[in-house]
Design a binder for this molecule. Sequence first.
Ligand SMILES: C[S@@+](CC[C@H](N)C(=O)[O-])C[C@H]1O[C@@H](n2cnc3c(N)ncnc32)[C@H](O)[C@@H]1O
Length: 296
Amino acid sequence: MSNQYRHEPVLLEETVNLLVTDNDGLYVDATVGMGGHSAKILSKLGRQGKLIGFDWDPEMVNISKNNLSSYGDKVKIIGTNFSNMEEIFKREGIFNISGILFDLGVSSLHFDKPQRGFSFKHEGPLDMRINPANPLTAHTIINKWPYEQIEHLIRICGERFSHKIAKAICERREKKEFETTTELRNVIEEVLPKTNRKSNPATKTFLALRVAVNYEFENLTKGIQKGGQFLAPGGRMAIITFHSLEDRIVKETFQFMSRMGGWKLITKKPVIPAETEINSNNRSRSAKLRVIEKVK
Ligand SMILES: C[S@@+](CC[C@H](N)C(=O)[O-])C[C@H]1O[C@@H](n2cnc3c(N)ncnc32)[C@H](O)[C@@H]1O
């Protein structure tokens, strides 16, 4: 059933070529998803090489286990938030990792499956949880958070009309609670006419909700810090981002690390997809890859 959904791995060749420097090393895919990047990494590894994959979504854990089963005991998939990797590494006796990959955000499955509530393109519940055990949902934010908090959240995620949108949300919920993605989209479209816009007026609000529901910035900051501690000298960290706020965190953190010493920037500028990739996978259009190496 899961296989009806596909996810095209972004910047696949570029990422794996920059990440894998030791064919017999231990690699961590912190966001294994459907296993596209992991399969490519595994295909490059020699006899000693191994990969550990994390995903916070139990559904993705099952899919990746299935998709990577032909690699046998060269691969181990663990269902966890990557911000908990320190505990996992200690439990598994892991250190001296050769490379760690973060391919951030959510998978195409999350957007394409209406019942997960990530997309304004499909009618679904206002959910947006990567892990369904997470207590916070988009429904809670939209129906319960005060105006100021909603306005601030949408604004920091780049929405110029955050006041208008937050006001419209708060007025509408006085009459009736929001239940679905379509209801939210309709309210946003009513206050922000679509004219002259490249993307749907609900795009940034939906992104902001997803980021908040899943603590995405907090997880990223923790992930970089923890992952860095467990890298072997010469080991690399590769991060693929899909929006400017996330990219800014990675860019500034990597610059800070290289200034402090002990780290070397491998990508002075982010690697972006070639036109051919963007033409065949529209989702890749905003991807940026940055790589840093622990100095030997
Ligand atoms: C862009 S997809 C990765 C796709 C993957 N590279 C592939 O080729 O299939 C991001 C994945 O990261 C997972 N994820 C997001 N935040 C996470 C977190 N904090 N910890 C672990 N997994 C996370 C999502 O569930 C999703 O499956």
